[in-house]
Design a protein around this ligand. Structure first.
Ligand SMILES: *[C@@H]1O[C@H](CO)[C@@H](O)[C@H](O)[C@H]1NC(C)=O
Ligand SMILES: *[C@@H]1O[C@H](CO)[C@@H](O)[C@H](O)[C@H]1NC(C)=O
Ligand SMILES: *[C@@H]1O[C@H](CO)[C@@H](O)[C@H](O)[C@H]1NC(C)=O
Ligand SMILES: *[C@@H]1O[C@H](CO)[C@@H](O)[C@H](O)[C@H]1NC(C)=O
Ligand SMILES: *[C@@H]1O[C@H](CO)[C@@H](O)[C@H](O)[C@H]1NC(C)=O
Ligand SMILES: *[C@@H]1O[C@H](CO)[C@@H](O)[C@H](O)[C@H]1NC(C)=O
Ligand SMILES: *[C@@H]1O[C@H](CO)[C@@H](O)[C@H](O)[C@H]1NC(C)=O
Ligand SMILES: *[C@@H]1O[C@H](CO)[C@@H](O)[C@H](O)[C@H]1NC(C)=O
Ligand SMILES: *[C@@H]1O[C@H](CO)[C@@H](O)[C@H](O)[C@H]1NC(C)=O
Ligand SMILES: *[C@@H]1O[C@H](CO)[C@@H](O)[C@H](O)[C@H]1NC(C)=O
Ligand SMILES: *[C@@H]1O[C@H](CO)[C@@H](O)[C@H](O)[C@H]1NC(C)=O
Length: 664
């Protein structure tokens, strides 16, 4: 609505209200004041007066009309860059667009000193929009685009409110592919974005920039990099090796390093690869000369070695002094793998001279084994007959013992004409069975044969066997060791014993032809025994020596010259009982049995005599007394002289007598 029209309407309304009080006949002047008037006291104090308000001119009651102050021109009344606004009764000023009042109020009245100054629209950020750059102008501004932005829908400079134009960011779009490269990274496609490139696989960077930048002009700058296809060239030569290579020097090509003959490969890889960096990946191949080192040591050996330990070198092993070769590999060769082939020489210690075993001889030997055997006349029982040379060079001697070869029965002899003794020759604990046979024979008794046998089983080494040997017999005793099947024989003879005296029935007779009785036991000596009947006239002191009756001794013959042998009878002719009559005048065995003299006293002695060859043994017994006068039998010291057999002495003292038997 036009301001003027508005004013008119207000005036109309005020006219309506102004008439109302008049209608009510209210004499208050103030109520009659124009709407745009004020009621003031009169200066003289005589009432009230209506005065039009400031800027209004009129009577104060019926009309108060606006005064248009702006007519004189805004720049004159409000100042530069202003617009003058007339109001009822007043006016006010506003700044033109692009200016702002210095009092920072929307409106102002110029006479308060306010003026309109240029507004710096550029102070408002973003006034030109994103990417826009503001430039302040007097009462206005203009926009242009920043670097990386370009005006859109218009030209520069532009006004963002007035024009449709705006700034839009520069976009270079996807970076173009560059030969032999690969886009590695991209920060964006807009201005300033960076694209990083790397060389394609198999290509290597040579020179230039790897990056491309989006320029303000919307074009990518770069990359300028130059990638060249990788060429590793020839693989590096390494000492003592050769390369297996297919002549390709492109990335990924592998080459194999092989050590030259006599060298071997140490370290990890034997392959080298051509890397993207255009280099052969450091082959760690290390070829070392193959060396077998020191040859293995074998006990008891010495090495013949020239010190060379390259493949093909050899070492010869020899047994050390004091050892000899028992066989096995005596050579070790350094092989292609750098190892000495296993030698296996076996050296045995020499045990020195063959061990000595008493009474033995060596049957066979080499340096490690000796077989022994007992020498003639010696034999072995059990035990090993082999000596073995031990690894320490000491003989483990045979356990064989050589024992003098003796008959299984030896030192056979007869002791005391009764017991056979012998030594057994046998292995300790063995039991031997001996068969003992003995045969007795007599030259004087052709029919005689004493043949007996006996078995003895014993472990003993000393044996004694007592036999019941008969006297005056030649014995042949043979002892057979049954398991040894050995027989030893010994002969022995038994001696002549004193013959047993017959059992007589002593009597005293008063007759010159007494018949005497005797009883005897059959004795083995009978064939060489006889009885002699002695007649001893009793006169003075008399001595009768049984072993050598007086008649045999010339020195004593005188003393007892009267004694005589009345009869001599072979015992074999005598039965177990015999009656003999003394003085019957007959001849017995060449002796005259002379009649006894009357009145004389006699002793009758019977003497048993056994004789073989030169040996004679006798025993005597007083048989009878033929009564006459008394006589004394003196104990003779000769009895002690008697050398063999029994001495029978008759001692008569008064009317009694005693027989002494004395053994010498
Ligand atoms: C009084 O003045 C105002 C402007 O200040 C105007 O709008 C109004 O119409 C006037 N009143 C009358 C009754 O004329
Ligand atoms: C480009 O990249 C390579 C590796 O791909 C590097 O060696 C080289 O220095 C880089 N060049 C520049 C100019 O940055
Ligand atoms: C050589 O060997 C590599 C592998 O190591 C293979 O990729 C390549 O094709 C071979 N080149 C030729 C020419 O045979
Ligand atoms: C290369 O080395 C590997 C193991 O490292 C081995 O198995 C292969 O035999 C070697 N090749 C040659 C030719 O030496
Ligand atoms: C080594 O052993 C061989 C047979 O194995 C033999 O012929 C050669 O004589 C031995 N050499 C020496 C030095 O003992
Ligand atoms: C070399 O000798 C060692 C040990 O004696 C053996 O293990 C290896 O197999 C040998 N190598 C060759 C190539 O004969
Ligand atoms: C000796 O003989 C034995 C048995 O025949 C044999 O085992 C051993 O090797 C031989 N020793 C020597 C040094 O000949
Ligand atoms: C050694 O003893 C064995 C049995 O122990 C025997 O067979 C061998 O004949 C004996 N050798 C000699 C020479 O005595
Ligand atoms: C015993 O033998 C010897 C010699 O042959 C002989 O002279 C002697 O008469 C014999 N003795 C007996 C009692 O046979
Ligand atoms: C036994 O014999 C020996 C000699 O053969 C002889 O000297 C000895 O007198 C004899 N003894 C007897 C009692 O026959
Ligand atoms: C010995 O004499 C006695 C009687 O005086 C008589 O009985 C006996 O038979 C005689 N003996 C012999 C062997 O004549």
């Amino acid at each position: 609505m036009d301001k003027r029209t508005t004013t008119m309407i207000v005036v109309l309304l005020l006219s309506v209200f102004a008439g109302m009080p008049a209608l009510g006949q209210i004499l208050d002047v103030c109520t009659t004041c124009h709407a745009n008037a004020t009621c003031n006291d009169k200066s003289d104090g005589s009432g009230k007066v209506c005065n039009c308000k400031y800027g209004f001119v009129g009577n104060g009651r019926t009309f108060c009309q606006d005064k248009d102050e702006c007519q004189i021109g805004a720049s004159k009344i409000c100042g530069q860059h202003t617009t003058c606004h007339n109001t009822y009764g007043s006016y006010y000023c506003t700044c033109l667009a692009g200016y702002s009042p210095s009092n920072n109020m929307a409106i102002f009245i110029p006479n308060d000193g306010t003026h309109c100054q240029d507004v710096d629209e550029c102070r408002i950020t973003g006034v030109c929009g994103k990417g826009g750059q503001c430039r302040n102008l007097e009462g206005s501004f203009e926009c242009s685009c920043l670097m990386g932005y370009r005006v859109h829908d218009g030209v520069e400079p532009f006004h963002p409110y007035r024009d449709k134009a705006s700034c839009k960011v520069v976009d270079c779009g996807q970076p173009a592919l560059v030969e032999d490269t690969v886009l590695l990274s991209l920060t964006g496609t807009t201005y300033g974005s960076v694209a990083m490139f790397v060389c394609n696989e198999g290509f290597v960077w040579r020179r230039g920039e790897n990056s491309s930048v989006c320029g303000a002009d919307g074009l990518w700058r770069g990359p300028t990099m130059v990638c060249e296809e990788v060429d590793c060239g020839s693989p590096p030569a390494l000492p003592h090796s050769h390369v297996l290579w297919n002549e390709s020097s492109r990335v990924g090509t592998e080459v194999l390093y092989q050590c030259n003959s006599g060298y071997h490969h140490v370290g990890k890889g034997n392959v080298s690869v051509c890397t993207a960096a255009g280099q052969w990946e450091g082959p760690s191949v290390l070829c070392q000369e193959i060396l077998c080192g020191s040859p293995p040591v074998i006990e008891s050996t010495e090495q013949m070695w020239n010190g060379n330990s390259t493949p093909g070198s050899t070492v010869l092993y020899l047994c050390k002094e004091g050892f000899y070769n028992k066989g096995g590999h005596n050579v070790s060769i350094c092989n292609e793998s750098g190892w000495w082939t296993p030698p296996a020489l076996s050296c045995q210690a020499k045990c020195g001279p063959v061990p000595f075993l008493a009474n033995s001889e060596v049957v066979w030997h080499n340096r490690s084994i000796v077989i022994h055997r007992c020498v003639d006349g010696y034999h072995s029982w059990r035990g090993s007959n082999v000596s073995v040379c031990g690894s320490s060079g000491v003989w483990q001697k045979a356990t064989l013992r050589c024992i003098e070869r003796k008959p299984p029965i030896n030192q056979l002899f007869v002791l005391n004409e009764k017991c056979v003794h012998w030594k057994a020759e046998k292995y300790e604990e063995d039991t031997e069975v001996y068969k003992v046979m003995y045969t007795g024979s007599r030259d004087y008794q052709r029919t005689f044969i004493d043949k007996k046998r006996q078995l003895v089983s014993s472990k003993a080494h000393q044996l004694e066997l007592c036999l019941n040997l008969l006297p005056v017999t030649n014995y042949s005793i043979s002892i057979t060791a049954v398991s040894a099947r050995f027989t030893a024989t010994v002969t022995t003879n038994t001696s002549l014993p004193v013959p047993p005296a017959p059992v007589v029935y002593y009597r005293e007779f008063e007759t010159p032809v007494p018949t005497l009785r005797l009883h005897r036991l059959v004795n083995t000596l009978d064939p060489i025994s006889l009885y002699q009947v002695f007649v001893l006239p009793l006169e003075g002191i008399m001595v009768f020596e049984c072993p050598s009756p007086g008649s045999l001794d010339p020195s004593r013959k005188s003393k007892s010259s009267s004694e005589y042998i009345a009869a001599q009878i072979h015992v074999t002719h005598v039965g177990t009982e015999m009656n003999f009559t003394v003085g019957d005048g007959l001849h017995y065995g060449g002796f005259y049995n002379a009649p006894l003299e009357n009145g004389r006293d006699y002793y009758i002695v019977i003497r048993a005599v056994s004789q073989w060859k030169t040996v004679l043994k006798s025993s005597c017994v007083l048989w009878a007394k033929v009564r006459g006068t008394s006589f004394v039998l003196k104990v003779s010291s000769l009895c002690a002289v008697a050398s063999v057999g029994l001495v029978a002495l008759a001692i008569l003292c008064g009317y009694s007598f005693t027989w002494f038997l004395k053994k010498t």
